[in-house]
Design a protein around this ligand. Structure first.
Ligand code: ZN
Length: 881
C-alpha cells in the first residue's frame, strides 16, 4: 500500500507531457502470483518540448524485471527506478523510439482491487483512476491517448476466456497447456480505460444492429449457472444502445461490446472500452433475488457505463480535475434514460431525494469541494456525489437555461469538435456558448464554487394593481478554502397557481429575465413583478428542482397543500408535501427531546391521505408522496445540535398519527395494489408494489403488531415484497418471535446467494436503537460475512454507519469507536473502501456536543494511527480541519 506523502496535485500545474505515446503493445503471461507484463511503448518527443527532458513513467508498488531501449537492454546506470517512478534520460530528440518495460506483478496479493487482481478465480483489472501504473510503468494520465494491442497468455483449462478491449484479432495454443489471445483496440484511449479479464465464466449472448446497419455482438459474462440472471441486464443494454442513437445520435463503434460481472469490486462498474467490468450486484437479477430498486439500478448503471463510450471514452478528460466532464454528463444522460424508460416525475423525485441525502451534506460539511476541484491529494476521494450528482444537475441546468433544442445543438457541437480528444470543462461550456450565443461565464460558477446556494423568497399580492411581487435573495455559504462567493446564475422554474388550480399567464414581468417558466436569478437580490394577475396566486417555486438549491420560502401550510393538489408538475407536488411535512418533523424532534407530546398538523395528514387515495396519480408517485423525509433529512433541516434519538422518536410519533388517521385508506390500498398475473419488473408493477408496501408500513404503525408483516413475509413471491416485510419486522418489532423466525428463514433460504445475504445484513444493520451495534459485531462473526469482500463490508459496516443514525450515533460513542477500528482494519487491505466508509462521519459537527466530542475522539484515533493510506489520511484530516 502507498502510504501518504502529503503531496498535493494542483490544477494550475497542468502541462502536457514532453513525450507523445504513439502505440502500446502489451503481453501478459498470467499467473496467480507472478504475472509477467511486457509493455512495448513507442514514443516521440513532443514538438517544442525540452530536448533534454527525461521520460518519467508512473508506477505503484512495481518492481522492474527488465528495460529495453529499441530492443537493446538498458544498463542500470542509464535510468533510475523506484516502485513509484521510472526515469529515463538521454532519449532521442526527434526520432521515435521504443521502450520495452517488463514487470512482474502479483494479482493474488492485490487486495486494493486496483490494477490487475483476482476475484473468484478470475483475473480482472480496474485502472481508473491510477490503477494502470500498478501493472506497468507508464505515463498514467488521461491526456495520453494511444492505440493498444494486447496479447494474453494463460493456462488454457483454468482460463478458457481471455478478454481485452477492442476487437478480437485471434488466438491459438501456446505451448503445453497454455493458449493465447490477441486484441486490438483501434480507438486511441487513455490507460485508465484499459481492461483485461481472464478465467472461466458463463456467457449470455445477443446482437444489436446499429443505426447505420452494423451488427454488434453483445456478451455478458457471469459465473457459470448465473446466466439466466443476466437477462435483464442484456435487455437494459440493448435499450441503452437504441436510446443513445435516438436521443443523442450516438452509435456504437466496435464489433463487440462485453460486460463482465465480478464479485469483488470497489465501485459500481467501470466503462473500459468495449469491456465494461461490473460489480455483480449491478448485473444479476431475477424476481426471487432482486428488488425493484435492484432492477432500476441495473438498468441505470448498464446505461451509465454504456453511455460513457461517447462521454468519457471517445471524448475523455484532460486531467482528473475534469472528472465531472465525463461523470456529471454521463449521470445526466443515465437520468434522462431512466426518465424515458420509467415515470419521469417519479425518477426525478428519486434523484432529488438522493441528491439531498448525499450531496447536500457533503456540500455543507468539511468535505465540500467544487464540481470541478482545483486540488487533490488522492483522486479516488473525488469520485464523489458532488462530482457525479451535482455535476449532473449542472448539466441539467444548462439544458434548462438554453432549452432542449439549443442544448442538443451544443451537445452535437461537443461531439463533433472534441471527438478523439482529452477535453476540459471549459471546452464543454464553450460548445453551449457557441451553440446559443449566450455568455455562460457567470453560470460556470456552478463548476467552481462549492456549497449549496440558499435562496430566500417572499411574495406579496397587490389586488389593486393586479400584481404579484416576488423578492428573491441568494447566498452561497462559505466552504473549505472558499470564504467569499459570487452570486450565481440560478434558473428557477416557477408557476403561479390560482384558486381553481389554473395557472396565471402574466401580461408582463419585470425585475428578472423570464424564458418560458424559467426565471433567471443572476444578482444577489431581485424584486420580480408579475403583472396582470387577477387574483391572489399561490407560487410554486423551483419546479422539477430546476436548480440544486436550498429554498427558504415561508409558505403557509394551506398554500403548500394547494400546490400539492393542483400543480401540473408532479415533482413540485411531491416537493410541496415534503415542505409541509418537514416543519412537523422538526417540531416533533424538539418536542420529543423535551419530553413533550408530539402532534401532527391535520393539514399534513389531509394532504397525504388525499394524495394516497387519488386514483389519477400513479401508484409509484403516491408511494413517494407518502414516504416522509428521512431522519437524515430532518437532521439537515434542524441544522445543528442534533440528537438522533429525539429525531427518531419524533418521526415515529408523526408516522403513528398519520397511520392512525389513515388506517382505512392504507388497508384499502394494501388490498388494491396487489399486481395481477406473474411477476414483472416493469415500472408500473414496481409502483404498485411500492405503494402496497408503503401502506403496509403505515399499517404496522396503526395496528402495532407484527402480524400483517409476518403474513406478508410468508406470502411474498418476490424479493421486493419479501425484503420489505422483513424490514418492517426487524425495524418495528426486533424482539418479536416472528422477526427471529423470519430472519432465520431468510438466512436459510439465501445462504448461498451472497448478494441476497447483503440485504439480510443491511436490514439488521439498520435496526434503530443502541442494540444494533452488538448485532453488527455478531454478524461480523457469521460465516456468511467476509471482511475481504467490499459488498459484504458495505452492506454491514457501511450501511450501519451511513444509514442507522440512532444505532451508529448511540449516546455512549461506541458506534464511532467501532467504526474507527474498522476503518483502520479495512485500510490495511483496501484504502479506497476504508476512505469511502469513513465519509459516513462527514456531518459529525452537526451532532449535539456530547456526541460530537465522542465522534471527534474517534476521528483523532484514526488520525493518530501510523501507516495510514493517503486515501484515509486525506479524508480524516479534512474532516478534522
Ligand atoms: Zn461514470
Amino acid at each position: 500500500m502507498r502510504t501518504d506523502t502529503g503531496q498535493v496535485i494542483n490544477l494550475a500545474d497542468y502541462r502536457p507531457t514532453d513525450f507523445v505515446l504513439e502505440r502500446v503493445d502489451l503481453t501478459f503471461e498470467l499467473d496467480p502470483t507472478e504475472t509477467k507484463v511486457e509493455a512495448r511503448l513507442i514514443f516521440h518527443r513532443r514538438e517544442g518540448a525540452d530536448t533534454t527532458a527525461p521520460l518519467v513513467l508512473d508506477g505503484d508498488e512495481l518492481s522492474l524485471y527488465s528495460l529495453l531501449l529499441d530492443q537493446n537492454e538498458l544498463p542500470a546506470e542509464k535510468y533510475t527506478v523506484t516502485p513509484e517512478t521510472l526515469t529515463i534520460p538521454d532519449l532521442p530528440a526527434s526520432v521515435p523510439f521504443e521502450i520495452t518495460v517488463t514487470t512482474i506483478i502479483n494479482p493474488e496479493a492485490n487486495t486494493q482491487l486496483m490494477g490487475l487482481y483476482r476475484t473468484g478465480g478470475i483475473y480482472c483489472t480496474q485502472c481508473e483512476a491510477e490503477g494502470f501504473r500498478r501493472i506497468t510503468y507508464f505515463p498514467d494520465r488521461p491526456d495520453v491517448l494511444a492505440v493498444y494491442t494486447v496479447n494474453i497468455i494463460a493456462d488454457k483449462e483454468a482460463n478458457p476466456l481471455l478478454l481485452s478491449n477492442g476487437n478480437f484479432l485471434g488466438g491459438a495454443g501456446y505451448g503445453p497447456g497454455k493458449h493465447f489471445a490477441a486484441w486490438f483496440d483501434p480507438h486511441p484511449k487513455p490507460s485508465y480505460l484499459f481492461a483485461l479479464v481472464a478465467g472461466d465464466l458463463g456467457v449470455v449472448e445477443d446482437t444489436f444492429v446499429t443505426m447505420s446497419g452494423r451488427e454488434v455482438a453483445l456478451k455478458i459474462y457471469v459465473e457459470h449457472g448465473k446466466e439466466p440472471r443476466a437477462a435483464y441486464a442484456m435487455d437494459a443494454l440493448k435499450r441503452s444502445m437504441k436510446w443513445d442513437e435516438d436521443v443523442f445520435g450516438r452509435e456504437y463503434d466496435l464489433d463487440i461490446f462485453m460486460v463482465v460481472a465480478v464479485s469483488d469490486f470497489n465501485m459500481g462498474a467501470m466503462e473500459n472500452k468495449g469491456l465494461n467490468v461490473f460489480n455483480d450486484k449491478y448485473v444479476l437479477a431475477d424476481p426471487e433475488t432482486a428488488t425493484d430498486t435492484d432492477y432500476a439500478n441495473i438498468e441505470a448503471i448498464i446505461a451509465h457505463e454504456y453511455f460513457h463510450n461517447w462521454t468519457g471514452n471517445r471524448i475523455t478528460c484532460r486531467d482528473w480535475f475534469q472528472l465531472c466532464l465525463k461523470e456529471g454528463l454521463t449521470v445526466f444522460r443515465d437520468h434522462e434514460f431512466s426518465a424515458d424508460m420509467r415515470s419521469r416525475a417519479v425518477r426525478r423525485i428519486a434523484e432529488v431525494r438522493h441528491l439531498k441525502a448525499e450531496q447536500f451534506p457533503e456540500d455543507a460539511g468539511p468535505l465540500a469541494h467544487p464540481v470541478r476541484p482545483t486540488k487533490y491529494r488522492e483522486i479516488n476521494n473525488f469520485y464523489t456525489t458532488t462530482v457525479y450528482e451535482k455535476g449532473s444537475e449542472v448539466t441539467r441546468m444548462i439544458a434548462t437555461l438554453l432549452g432542449r433544442e439549443t442544448f442538443k445543438k451544443g451537445m452535437d457541437l461537443y461531439f463533433e469538435r472534441h471527438d478523439g480528444q482529452a477535453a476540459t470543462v471549459e471546452d464543454f461550456v464553450t460548445c453551449f456558448e457557441d451553440a446559443s450565443g449566450r455568455d455562460l461565464s457567470q453560470f460556470s460558477l456552478w463548476y467552481h464554487q462549492a456549497g449549496t446556494p440558499l435562496v430566500t423568497a417572499s411574495g406579496s399580492y397587490d389586488p389593486a394593481n393586479a400584481t404579484f411581487t416576488l423578492s428573491l435573495e441568494q447566498m452561497v455559504p462559505a466552504t473549505p478554502g472558499q470564504a467569499a462567493k459570487e452570486p450565481m446564475h440560478i434558473p428557477l422554474r416557477l408557476g403561479l397557481i390560482l384558486d381553481n388550480g389554473s395557472e396565471v399567464e402574466p401580461t408582463a414581468v419585470t425585475g428578472a429575465e423570464l424564458t418560458g417558466d424559467v426565471l433567471h436569478l443572476t444578482d444577489r437580490a431581485h424584486t420580480v413583478t408579475f403583472e396582470g394577475v387577477s387574483s391572489r396566486p399561490v407560487l410554486s417555486l423551483n419546479r422539477d428542482f430546476s436548480a440544486p438549491i436550498n429554498l427558504h420560502f415561508n409558505q403557509s401550510p394551506a398554500d403548500l397543500a394547494h400546490v400539492a393538489r393542483h400543480e401540473t408538475d408532479l415533482f413540485a407536488r411531491w416537493q410541496a408535501l415534503t415542505d409541509l411535512a418537514l416543519p412537523n418533523l422538526t417540531q416533533a424532534a424538539r418536542d420529543a427531546r423535551e419530553g413533550k407530546p408530539v402532534t401532527c398538523d391535520p393539514v399534513l395528514i389531509d394532504a397525504l391521505l388525499w394524495a394516497a387515495a387519488d386514483h389519477n396519480l400513479e401508484p409509484a408517485f403516491r408511494a413517494q408522496a407518502l414516504t416522509l423525509p428521512s431522519e437524515a433529512d430532518i437532521a439537515r433541516e434542524l441544522g445543528n445540535n442534533n440528537d438522533p434519538d429525539a429525531i427518531h422518536a419524533g418521526r415515529q410519533a408523526i408516522l403513528t398519527q398519520i397511520a392512525q388517521a389513515g388506517v382505512e385508506t392504507f388497508a384499502a390500498l394494501y388490498e388494491a395494489m396487489l399486481p395481477s398475473g406473474t411477476f414483472s419488473p416493469d415500472a408500473a408493477s414496481a409502483g404498485k408494489r411500492a405503494l402496497r408496501n408503503t401502506a403496509l408500513t403505515y399499517l404496522s404503525y396503526a395496528e402495532n403488531t407484527p402480524d400483517r408483516a409476518a403474513a406478508a413475509f410468508a406470502a411474498a413471491d418476490n424479493m421486493t415484497d419479501l425484503s420489505y416485510a422483513l424490514t418492517i419486522l426487524a425495524h418495528r418489532f426486533p424482539e418479536a418471535p416472528e422477526t427471529t423466525k423470519a430472519l432465520a428463514d431468510f438466512e436459510q433460504r439465501f445462504r448461498d446467494n451472497a448478494l441476497v445475504i447483503d440485504k439480510w445484513l443491511a436490514i439488521q444493520a439498520t435496526i434503530p436503537g443502541a442494540a444494533a451495534l452488538d448485532r453488527v459485531k455478531e454478524l461480523q462473526r457469521s460465516p456468511l460475512f467476509n471482511a475481504k469482500n467490499p459488498n459484504r463490508v458495505r452492506a454491514l459496516v457501511g450501511t450501519f454507519a451511513f444509514s442507522n443514525p440512532t444505532g451508529f450515533s448511540r449516546a455512549d460513542g461506541a458506534g464511532y469507536a467501532f467504526l474507527a477500528n474498522e476503518i483502520l482494519d479495512i485500510d490495511k487491505r483496501n484504502p479506497q473502501l476504508a476512505a469511502r466508509i469513513l465519509t459516513a462521519m462527514r456531518s459529525w459537527r452537526l451532532l449535539e456536543p456530547v456526541r460530537a466530542d465522542l465522534a471527534r475522539e474517534a476521528l483523532l484515533q484514526i488520525e493518530r494511527a501510523s501507516g495510514l493510506s493517503t486515501d484515509v489520511r486525506d479524508i480524516v484530516e479534512r474532516m478534522l480541519k
